[in-house]
Design a protein around this ligand. Structure first.
Ligand code: MN
Length: 502
């Protein structure tokens, strides 16, 4: 459901007229070679489109205007092969709405010691041309990513790839529609927030629907659709005996399949990319959607439980960022701790809704009672998640701003079998340790709900926070509580005095 094949990033190279035709011809030639090289890089998931070398304020303004109004253009990579006096950029940068990445590179990697002369120096002067460009961006308080190094270097292409993926996620948010089926879980604070400010800041629209809007679609489900989906369940998951045809709980699985078909039809019809539900507002639905939500997430839909629209939108954004990468992304909740004198871990899960994109092997499909909500026993996919690096991401509304909190974690294999735990789960070790990580997280006001990703890293979230112009707090192996508290205090002052980006 996510098609990025038409998305493109424009490669814009700055220069000026005074170099003369011969030099400018070379600038254009080199720029096209670089654009082609980046376009061919397996690290970069979208097309890199070469744009003319811009040499005047009018040309710069034109390319920025065109970028703004070209739907498939998700951002600009800029580079100053030569010197491009930066007052020329003020007009264009003032109106540019698309994300910008400043590639500080050079056409040739090494100095040709034996042949270098002043002609070569005049052509290859990004070392100072890019500094002039950097100044005007800083002077104008424009947030951007700066990537330094030779353009053929794998590390440089990887960083550009990360930024283009974040730009894809950002582009997605500009058009994202989030359906809230039911409201917020009663009295819960952190899942609330300012939806108007969110739309101004991030682009996504968040609107409320009733479970009956979905029920209409559930009622239209045909036997043929139902049988097809049950066959998919049978082929994709290990069904417990009671869920197989003729089994005692088969009717629960049939009901779950109906809910999936209805929910999917509702989302498709409304053009939604993310949704929330809550067990308090299910109307006539017989179960809280478990397997339905899990499979919709696996197909790329964002989801947040208990009305959590911020997490739903972020799940969707991160799913777009990680297209084609190894490892999945899921809605997650810090659930239960494992404290020992040596080390402490978090067992992450939710009532039902963990995305099978993070499953280790074939999930099992089971029906168990849910001790909350007063509905029938829901079907769900149960699995462990593989060991490895991951992040937990939380977006909270601090009243005067949005705050993004990231904790780097290492998922580990559960220390023992969990034969009686009927939900998908992940065990992780927080960086730098649970004591510092949870202290910092709680001081920052981080939510219990998160986006858990095995493929998206902190660098993605840094780029995202810059594009969105929001606060970012990272909890990693270097975090100390004293410094973290200073950062919280400094940010309060910073966001009080400087209404970011407005
Ligand atoms: Mn929850």
């Amino acid at each position: 459901m996510i098609d990025i094949s038409q998305k493109e990033v424009w490669f814009v190279v700055g220069s000026q007229e005074l170099y003369g035709e011969e030099t400018l011809r070379k600038v254009a030639e080199h720029s096209q070679i670089i654009a082609k090289g980046l376009d061919a890089s397996s690290q970069i998931p979208v097309k890199i489109v070469y744009k003319d070398v811009v040499k005047s304020p009018a040309q710069i303004l034109d390319v920025c205007l065109a970028a703004n109004t070209t739907k498939n253009c998700i951002g600009l990579i800029t580079w100053m092969h030569t010197f491009s006096p930066a007052k020329m950029w003020i007009g264009g940068l003032s109106i540019l709405k698309k994300p910008l990445c400043h590639l500080h590179t050079q056409y040739n990697a090494e100095i040709p010691w034996g042949s270098i002369d002043m002609d070569f120096m005049n052509l290859n002067q990004s070392a100072h041309g890019d500094r002039e460009f950097g100044f005007i961006m800083s002077r104008m308080r424009k947030k951007r990513k700066v990537v330094v190094g030779h353009w053929e270097d794998e590390r440089v292409q990887k960083k550009l790839g990360i930024w283009t993926r974040v730009a894809l996620g950002w582009d997605e948010l500009q058009n994202l529609k989030v359906a809230r089926i039911g409201d917020n879980m009663r009295e819960v604070a952190v899942t609330e927030g300012d939806k108007v400010e969110a739309q101004i800041r991030f682009g996504m629209s968040v609107n409320g629907y009733d479970s009956s809007d979905v029920t209409k679609h559930i009622e239209k489900v045909t036997d043929a659709q139902l049988n097809d989906l049950l066959a998919v369940y049978e082929a994709s998951y290990n069904l417990t005996d009671s869920l197989k045809e003729g089994g005692a709980q088969r009717s629960s699985l049939v009901e779950a399949a109906k809910i999936e078909l209805g929910l999917r039809a509702f989302l498709v019809e409304g053009g939604f990319g993310a949704f929330t539900d809550t067990f308090e507002n299910l109307g006539v639905w017989k179960q809280l959607p478990g397997i339905a939500t899990q499979r919709l997430m696996a197909d790329g839909y964002g989801f947040g439980g208990e009305g959590d629209w911020k997490t739903a939108a972020m799940v969707r954004a991160l799913k777009v960022m990680n297209i084609g990468l190894e490892g999945g992304t899921s809605f997650m909740e810090d659930y239960t701790y494992h404290f020992t004198p040596q080390k402490s871990y978090v067992l992450g899960s939710h009532m039902l809704e963990i995305c099978p994109s993070i499953a280790d092997g074939k999930p099992s499909c089971e029906v168990h009672p849910l001790g909350i909500g007063g509905k029938e026993d829901p079907a769900r996919l149960v699995f462990n998640s593989p060991a490895g690096d991951a992040i937990n991401v939380s977006l909270v509304d601090m009243g005067n701003r949005f705050r993004l909190i990231v904790n780097e974690v290492e998922a580990i294999k559960p220390l023992a079998e969990l034969p009686k735990l009927p939900v998908a789960r992940v065990l992780w070790d927080c960086k730098p340790n649970l004591d510092i990580a949870a202290t910092a997280w709680i001081l920052a006001g981080g939510a219990h709900h998160t986006v858990y990703s095995q493929s998206v890293t902190t660098e993605f979230m840094e780029d995202f926070a810059d594009i969105a112009g929001i606060e970012l707090l990272v909890i990693d192996e270097k975090t100390t509580i004293r410094d973290f508290k200073d950062k919280l205090n400094a940010n309060e002052a910073y966001y009080h005095t400087f209404q970011h980006g407005l």
